[in-house]
Design a protein around this ligand. Structure first.
Ligand code: ADP
Length: 498
């Protein structure tokens, strides 16, 4: 009779040795005949009498619901001749839970099913680990979810990128639309200006396995607008040390990066302002003395040599004193410009009162030009009152100054709420501004006309821009050359003093 196991001859009758060996292994092996009676067991669990176990029906030893399960497993094994597994929990006499995996295997003798082997392995430790793992997974999923952090995985061998739901959400893509390829991620999702840097970083990470936080812009799948993504990655190598997988987390960093940018910008603005103040101080003090000398000597020259100078010399002298005068005005303007934002305390300013005051201040210009000024109901804003007055004054006086002599000038002042801001409009039917000049007019000393055409220094709109930016708003112009201009600016809708 062929045997599929081997045993040393001298041990064949040594049952004590075999008993001990079989009883000490942690797995329980039970062999049943075709009717379900136990014909062999290497050991039994606590509380069962092994002698009574042999020859008894296997169904007599399990609680009711387990018996049912065991029965169906045995039936399945007999019907399919295939191995069947099932997990069961057993509570011992000390009320401790033990988890078992029962593996049912058919026994064939001469191709006839003659019995079933049940291999029962305790998997309690494994179960506990599994539960802990699931709990840890739940906690990390909850944390990632509440922080809106997505998880991604990039298998470098297959080239497949896998995202969790949050990553799809962050990027604004749907599972159907994303083909999981690096190519699509690079060319359709990453912002064109960041693609090259991302690819280079990726090549470097594959080669050297760096772990780092990277920032890149992407195009949001639904909104179609540019947003910022921060990615932290981890690499995995194969046995040969080659990086085969990159995975990590990502989150939308748009707000934070914009805030950091705004902070940098406002620090830069403050720095520039300090520099400007210093320059203005030097200009007003150091340049004023030589300027005074220039003016008084040119005055002296024209007075003392009156009638002795020829026409050319008189003309040149006139140019010198006019230039000196202009420079004096510009220095004064520069000093005022540098002082914008000096008034530290903001207050609730009623724009109706501010604008009415300005209109009465400008009454001469309004009457002589025949301008009709219409002021709609304006809101109150939290602002520096002096700065806000200067802002309205510059815009309204420009609207009157740059009127078209061929028609009756009109100026309309209004405001409307847009989201969190008030948007003000100062609209005129004046000469208008060509599109190519519409940005540069907000730059200091930038003018489009000669002094002869229109009086001015070219600092008014630079002033306006500085005031609006100090109030965290924006200013711009919409204009059609020859038809008129509308200057628009925004200011936050906060109602209380900060
Ligand atoms: P200034 O008025 O002293 O020239 P500004 O800085 O106020 O300086 O304006 C810059 C330039 O913008 C002006 O010289 C003018 O050409 C143009 N501009 C400003 N406001 C208007 C307006 N309402 N209509 C047409 N052009 C304007």
């Amino acid at each position: 009779m062929p045997m599929s196991y081997l045993l040393r001859d001298d041990l064949k009758d040594n049952h004590t040795f075999l008993d001990k060996a079989l009883a000490d292994i942690s797995t329980i092996i039970t062999i049943l005949d075709i009717s379900g009676k136990v014909i062999f067991v290497n050991k039994v669990v606590n509380g069962i009498d092994i002698k009574k176990f042999i020859g008894s029906s296997i169904y007599d030893h399990f609680p009711c619901n387990t018996t049912q399960k065991v029965k169906s497993c045995i039936q399945e094994v007999c019907a399919t001749n295939q191995k069947v597994d099932f997990e069961d929990v057993f509570i011992d006499c000390k009320d401790r839970k033990h988890f078992y995996n029962h593996s049912f295997t058919p026994i064939f003798t001469d191709n006839i099913l003659t019995g079933v082997t049940i291999v029962s392995t305790e998997i309690t430790k494994l179960k506990r680990l599994e539960t802990e793992l699931l709990r840890a997974q739940d906690i990390s999923a909850l944390t990632l979810d509440s922080l809106s952090i997505g998880i991604w995985d990039y298998d470098l061998l297959s080239g497949v990128i896998t995202w969790d739901d949050m990553t799809y959400n962050i990027l604004g893509w749907t599972r159907d639309a994303f083909d999981k390829s690096f190519e699509t991620f690079l060319t359709k999702i990453i912002h064109p200006d960041d693609q090259e840097a991302f690819e280079l970083g990726n090549v470097y990470a594959r080669k050297n396995g760096v772990e780092e936080i990277r920032e890149l812009r992407f195009i949001h799948g639904k909104e179609g607008r540019e947003r910022w993504l921060r990615i932290k990655s981890k690499h995995f190598r194969n046995d040969d040390g080659v990086v085969v997988r990159l995975c990590g987390i990502c989150w939308d960093a748009t707000e934070i990066i914009e805030q950091e940018g705004a902070k940098k910008e406002s620090l830069e603005l403050l720095r520039q302002n300090d520099e400007l103040k210093e320059f203005a101080y030097l200009a007003s003090h150091d340049l004023k003395a030589p300027l005074r000398t220039l003016r008084s000597f040119s005055d002296l020259l024209s007075r003392q040599y009156e009638g002795q100078l020829d026409e050319k010399a008189t003309k040149y002298l006139k140019f010198i004193s006019e230039a000196a005068e202009e420079m004096d005005t510009q220095i004064k303007e520069l000093l005022t410009y540098s002082l914008v934002g000096q008034h530290k305390d903001k207050e609730l300013v009623d724009c109706n009162l501010v604008v009415n005051k300005i209109i009465s201040k400008l009454s001469f210009a309004i009457e002589t030009s025949g301008c009709e000024v219409v002021v709609e109901q304006l809101p109150s804003v939290v602002a520096h009152v002096t700065d806000i007055s200067l802002l309205f004054q510059n815009l309204i006086s420009n609207a009157i100054k740059f009127h078209n002599p061929d028609r009756k000038p009109t100026v309309n002042i209004s405001a409307k709420a847009i989201g969190e801001t008030w948007q003000f409009e100062i609209k005129d039917n004046g000469i208008g501004i060509e599109e190519k000049h519409q940005k540069k007019i907000f730059t200091i000393f930038e003018r489009l006309h000669s002094k002869e055409e229109f009086e001015g220094t070219g600092i008014g709109l630079a002033h306006c821009r500085k005031i609006v930016e100090l109030h965290k708003g924006k200013i711009w112009v919409k204009s059609i050359f020859g038809v008129g201009s509308t200057f628009l600016f925004t200011i936050g809708r906060e109602q209380r003093k900060p």
